[in-house]
Design a protein around this ligand. Structure first.
Ligand SMILES: O=P(O)(O)OC[C@H]1O[C@](O)(CO)[C@@H](O)[C@@H]1O
Length: 526
């Protein structure tokens, strides 16, 4: 099915022609109930999308598009465990990981092992090779085996901190791992090697360096069993690496890397914040799953976000979107969402192998507020591009220092209002700005945004929020008729890197490469 040929798409295109010139100022002036009409509340979360450039008709037409794309059918296929990741013939079942009592037995078995392991580490029952208790945990992984637990640890550590330091290593650059190893003690450090495939170059290179570092101190291979655990779907490769099978926490090919925080990949997070909070994270995500599955389109939060994103991307021609958490604890959320959205939906081939004729995932980026305001917001306000933004804000802060939180909230609301409504030439003049300066003081406004209000940053609300984005990504994939669960686009670079490594080491003939790459090899060989 070519979506743009459907009546639903064409109706939206015609509607967009009329709506595009309209300003948010006008839309708000026309409808005093705009906030009530275009906001949703569910289970403590508030989503205000009244500052999106839409009308009630836009929503109706977008929901018709979701029907045309047979969204409900695709949801059912996912729930039934059909291989909707068709290019890899895999089911997409990450919701099973957080289904509580309804989770499959193999999921519950691994969760129990994770809980027991956390208990052993936290209580000090687990000892290193020299009999010392573990004080530091290093998660070695990259992409989906790093970003989720790293981001969530950063978000939640302020409230929940068992007596353990958890670190994250991802980059193959030794500048990531070497300084960390230099300050850790091998007797009290535990490594978690997290890799779905257990073939990822960065992770294996870092894991080997960590193993060498440990063995230099322990001088006997048996120490590996006290200091290395693995998380993987590939039990054969973890065995070959030397990790005892009782130290491997399994997950399954039906969990996509960027959807794997809820699996054993969350072990470093559970160690960092404690087991009960980890369970609350799963509970929050599960509650969002139920909402997504059971709620009709008009009140469905993930679907609403997906439709707004598609509207902005394909009908208002926004090629980028910003994630602006007004919460320092969410500093890594933009990086996490970059992988979730861009690796899932940054594609141009549809489910039938045909080229897509519409733009897909916007380029996501962002920064915690208020830091971004003093860096790139200038371009938002006066750079002439449309940049839809997600403002994410917490009603209460974990850090009750006087004056901070209220100013943070004020800044968040100020920015979304300034971006939406701008400042006209008349207003500039009325403020007494000299004529020569007035063109510089005009703010065109009309920048769309959604504001997410969370009651507080807790494991439960974080679980809700992340599952909300996951389902948004799923809906967008269905709407664009693409497979959100593969990532072939990362492969070519990996292949070329493996061919280039020996050439950079001085071995072999570079003639198969272009002249630029050959020139760079020569320059770097030193
Ligand atoms: O967990 P693994 O298999 O090491 O993969 C890490 C990451 O690499 C990717 O495959 C991309 O190269 C991601 O999809 C994945 O999250």
């Amino acid at each position: 099915m070519n979506l743009i040929e459907t009546p639903a798409w064409q109706a939206l295109a015609a509607h967009a022609e009329k709506l595009r010139p309209q300003h948010l100022r006008q839309l708000f002036a026309d409808d005093p109930d705009r906030f009530q009409r275009f906001s949703l509340q569910h289970d403590g979360l508030l989503l205000d999308f009244s500052k999106q450039r839409i009308t009630a008709e836009t929503r109706t037409l977008l929901q018709e598009l979701a029907r045309t794309a047979r969204l409900d059918e695709w949801k059912q296929k996912m729930l039934a465990g059909e291989p909707i990741n068709h290019t890899e013939q895999r089911a997409v079942r990450h919701m099973d990981l957080r289904a509580g009592e309804q989770a499959p037995p193999e999921v519950r078995a691994v969760l129990k092992r994770m809980r027991d392991f956390c208990e052993q580490i936290h209580s000090g029952a687990w000892r290193g090779f020299s009999g010392d208790r573990i004080t530091d945990v290093v998660n070695i992984g990259i992409g989906g085996s790093d970003l989720g637990p790293r981001m969530a640890t950063r978000a939640l550590i302020a409230r929940h901190h068992p007596n353990l330091d958890v670190h994250y290593i991802a980059n193959i650059d030794a500048a990531d791992i070497a300084p960390l190893l230099a300050r850790l003690n091998p007797r009290t450090t535990l490594f978690i090697v997290a890799s779905k495939t257990f073939t990822t170059l960065e992770t294996l290179t870092n894991a080997r360096s960590a193993r060498d570092w440990l063995l230099a101190a322990a001088s006997h291979e048996s120490a590996i069993a006290r200091h290395f655990v693995a998380i993987s779907t590939n039990l054969e490769l973890t065995r070959q690496f030397g990790i005892a099978s009782e130290n491997v926490f399994e997950f399954w090919d039906w969990v996509g890397g960027r959807f794997s925080l809820w699996s054993a990949i969350g072990l470093s997070l559970a160690l960092a914040i404690g087991w009960r909070p980890f369970e609350q994270l799963l509970a929050g995500a599960h509650a969002m799953d139920r909402h997504f599955i059971e709620t009709p389109a008009a009140d469905n939060l993930p679907l609403t976000l997906a439709l707004l994103s598609l509207w902005n991307t394909d009908f208002l021609d926004a090629s980028t979107a910003a994630i602006l958490p007004y919460a320092q604890s969410f500093a890594l959320l933009p990086a996490y969402l970059q992988q979730l959205e861009m690796e899932s939906n940054g594609k141009q081939t549809d489910r039938d192998g045909q080229p897509l004729s519409v733009a897909t995932s916007p380029i996501l980026w962002g920064e915690a507020g208020t830091n971004g305001q003093h860096s790139f917001y200038q371009l938002f306000h006066q750079g002439g591009r449309i940049i839809p933004s997600d403002f994410i804000v917490l009603r209460t802060s974990d850090f009750p220092l006087p004056g901070h939180h209220v100013s943070l909230l004020a800044n968040c609301l100020a920015q979304s209002a300034a971006l939406a409504f701008g400042q006209t030439a008349d207003e500039v003049r009325a403020a007494g700005v000299p004529e020569a300066l007035s063109p510089y003081k005009i703010f065109p406004g009309n920048q769309p945004s959604t504001t997410f209000v969370l009651p507080a940053l807790t494991p439960y609300t974080l679980g809700q929020l992340l599952a909300l984005f996951e389902h948004k990504v799923f809906c967008l994939g269905v709407l664009w008729n693409l497979n959100s669960f593969d990532q072939w686009g990362v492969e070519l670079g990996k292949q070329l890197a493996s061919q280039l490594t020996p050439l950079l080491e001085g071995d072999g003939d570079a003639h198969g490469f272009d002249t630029s790459t050959r020139g760079l090899i020569a320059a770097l060989r030193g």
